[in-house]
Write a protein that binds this ligand. Sequence first.
Ligand code: C5P
Length: 223
Amino acid sequence: NKRYAVAIDGPSGAGKSTLAKAAAAELGILYVDTGAIYRTIGLYACRREADPHDLAAIITLLPDIQVSMAYGEDGLQRMLLNGEDVTDVIRRPEISRWASVVSAIPEVRAFLLEMQRELARSHSVVMDGRDIGTVVLPQAEVKIFLTASPEIRAQRRMKELEQRGTPQPYNQVLSDILQRDWADSHRETAPLRQAEDALLLDTSHLDFDQSREALLHMIKERI
Ligand code: C5P
């Protein structure tokens, strides 16, 4: 059984994490949510009341941060920030914005790169993020660019926020999504883009089961 990696990139709200998690469970391999790692750094910056425009000051916080991941009995990834389990709090909308801020800083990306590569060296993985196929795992056996229209992504995100008990109006969710899309795809370091050898999966007109089937089909054809 040869080790392999599935890289899944795409904009926020495309359903990456739910689908990647389902695919990893089906394949019996590790699921790695890299957005959660950036969110953890974002949470730390937020708690330290950093100025989101003062990137140099954010960089000076890095030596104080120990990020690690643990896998629960349910096989799901938990995020630890200096030993504290922050898995749930990093999902808050203000932490999404902080994640986007810190993720544009090259020093932050460099700080996290080796941790992500090491996971893929030691396990077969389904890893999702923005730059997995382009930067983190350019040799991944399977690369998928998962997307959906901004409006559909906003609707899905609204439902998710409702279920988490933090509802937000549609216009707010859509404008957050458009703003994050723009920031993620226009930053200089590791911008969000489809790798040349990535397969495109647009889930705008697919429900969850159809998306999951399409994704698994793409993966199984290539491993
Ligand atoms: O995927 P998720 O929405 O949890 O990611 C939060 C933020 O982290 C993204 O908006 C993006 O700015 C950043 N990110 C990144 N590179 C990754 C994963 C996430 O820049 N590989």
